[in-house]
Design a binder for this molecule. Structure first.
Ligand code: E4P
Length: 220
């Protein structure tokens, strides 16, 4: 399972990279705004910086909503770095743009996926990734994990190569459930990745090992 970090914060990206478990980055306009990155030049520079830190795929989202806008923005983004994946919203124009990019060999991530039908359309249009938002579905009392399961089944049934990128991952159990189902990728904040480290028995066990080691040392 690939681990992407869902942030535009360079320090968090570096930390996940230093842990040696990072496979890529996803961003969105809200995450860029959260870091105070505004204006086209700054946005482009920021994506370049992210690509310098991580070796894997970096999703960069278009702001335009028409086919023409998505195509011209996406082409510029794709030129920034070979690891840039153009992130396209699930709309009618978005689907057309997915098809366009797929024919041009430019990789895409279709975002804002909330139903299996949307995921099927994105795969048919040649998206490289689909991003179903698990947490946001859970927020409205709908089972986000069930959607991941449906999409994985559908893609397997027909051999679609589009990767299922479980997005809006909010806690470690989301990660485990997605891994059990066979999602190709999960994207979440650094806190979700570090939460996977923790178990109280690990802490207790380590404290005991160290205490026993110290005792044996002083007994000599
Ligand atoms: C997907 O790529 C989005 O950036 C993201 O996962 C949304 O997560 P949120 O619902 O926590 O904002």
């Amino acid at each position: 399972m690939k681990f992407f970090i869902d942030t535009a914060n360079l320090a968090d990206i570096r930390e996940a990279q230093d842990m040696g478990i990072l496979d890529g980055v996803t961003t969105n306009p809200s995450l860029m705004a959260k870091e105070g990155i505004t204006g086209k030049d700054n946005v482009m520079r920021h994506y370049k910086q992210i690509c310098e830190i991580v070796e894997g795929d970096v999703s960069a989202e278009v702001i335009g909503t028409t086919f023409d806008e998505m195509v011209s923005e996406g082409e510029e983004l794709a030129e920034l770095d070979e690891n840039i994946v153009v992130k396209i919203p699930m709309t009618r124009d978005g689907v057309k743009a997915l098809k366009y990019f797929s024919e041009k060999g430019i990789r895409t991530n279709c975002t804002l996926i909330f139903s299996a039908g949307q995921a099927l359309l994105a795969a048919k249009a040649g998206a490289s990734y689909v991003s179903p938002f698990v947490g946001r579905l859970d927020d409205i009392s709908t089972d986000g994990i069930e959607l991941i399961e449906q999409i994985v089944t559908i893609y397997r049934n027909y051999g679609y190569t589009t990767e299922v990128l479980a997005a809006s991952i909010r806690h470690p159990m989301h990660v485990i459930q997605c891994a059990e189902i066979g999602a190709d990728v999960m994207t979440g904040p650094l806190s979700v990745m570090t939460a996977l480290l923790n178990h109280p028995l690990t802490d207790i066990g380590l404290a005991k090992f160290l205490a026993d080691h110290k005792k044996a040392g002083t007994a000599k």
